[in-house]
Write a protein that binds this ligand. Structure first.
Ligand code: NDP
Length: 254
């Protein structure tokens, strides 16, 4: 049975492109009012307009989740303006890859700041509101979904620090799940394989061309494929917690 998200509020980080944008649209289509969080305001405005055209409701919040104050403010603005928070999708992320030897330390810091510390800051600020929604809302359940990666399950040479951030997300998710599941906040982990988005475009040029070569050999997932998995997680009946979903393109071996 699929439950509606009517009357609920969802916050999606990294909603300006790729998996986050597709997920925000999918949750809005199921009835949630969505808070769209990312740095590129023009993209968020365009997404909000398209959600509204289809009869949904959206709030645009321009924020850099790597900045702790902005991450916390994004959550607080959502609750102040939309009245509650039932669903958090921690999706914002960066993948800056290449060998450890000679890697720019700045790239590592960016990944830790966004993929890990950003996710922790947003989760910390959101948790009281999710617990409150699970106690008092009509659904009596709330969801915190962390978008990790196959890289959070399996480490590979060439992606060490991205692996480190996503393994950390997996560890945090399971520990938090144990802490709050008894109070009906479901913590779920989504681990996409190769998905066609803008994610690889922020890499150094030499890295990008080698990634493009590897990606060209298989048919990657669409952002909507992952959005559908997230939509499934957050529309389960209260008694059902989908703890983890690993979704690979059929042709992806590892
Ligand atoms: P995109 O690059 O299309 O999306 C990344 C999103 O994160 C953008 O909306 C970007 O918005 C946002 N973002 C990045 N940095 C920040 C920041 N500091 N503050 C707020 N938002 C930020 O890539 P994907 O859709 O592919 O990535 C989404 C998630 O999926 C990531 O966590 C990624 O690791 C994960 N993933 C992706 C896979 C893939 O193959 N594509 C595979 C496995 C996991 P803006 O720049 O406007 O701030």
């Amino acid at each position: 049975m699929t439950e509606t998200l009517d009357g609920t509020v969802a916050l999606v980080t990294g909603a300006s492109s790729g998996i986050g944008a597709a997920t925000a649209s999918a949750l809005a289509a199921r009835g949630a009012t969505v808070a769209l969080v990312a740095r590129r305001r023009d993209r968020l405005d365009a997404l909000a307009a398209s959600i509204r055209e289809r009869g949904g409701e959206a709030l645009v919040i321009e924020a850099d989740v790597a900045e702790q104050r902005q991450a916390v403010d994004a959550v607080e603005r959502t609750v102040a303006e939309l009245g509650r928070l039932d669903t958090l999708i921690n999706n914002a992320g960066a993948m800056l890859i290449g060998p450890v030897e000679g890697a720019p330390l700045e790239e590592w810091r960016r990944m830790v700041d966004i993929n890990l510390l950003g996710l922790l800051s947003v989760s910390h600020a959101a948790l009281p509101h999710l617990l409150h929604a699970a106690e008092g809302g009509s659904r009596r359940v709330a969801d915190l979904v962390n978008v990790s990666s196959t890289a959070g399950r399996f480490a590979r040479g060439g992606t060490a620090v991205y692996n480190a951030t996503k393994h950390a997300v997996n560890g945090f998710s399971e520990a938090l799940r144990q802490e709050v599941t008894g109070r009906h906040v479901r913590v779920s982990l989504v681990e996409p394989g190769i998905t066609v988005t803008e994610l690889t475009s922020h890499n150094r040029e030499e890295i990008q061309s080698s990634i493009q070569g590897q990606l060209a050999s298989i048919e990657g997932l669409h952002a909507e494929d992952i959005a559908e998995a997230i939509g499934y997680i957050v529309t389960r009946p209260r008694r059902v917690a989908i703890n983890e979903i690993l979704v690979r393109p059929t042709e992806q071996e590892r």
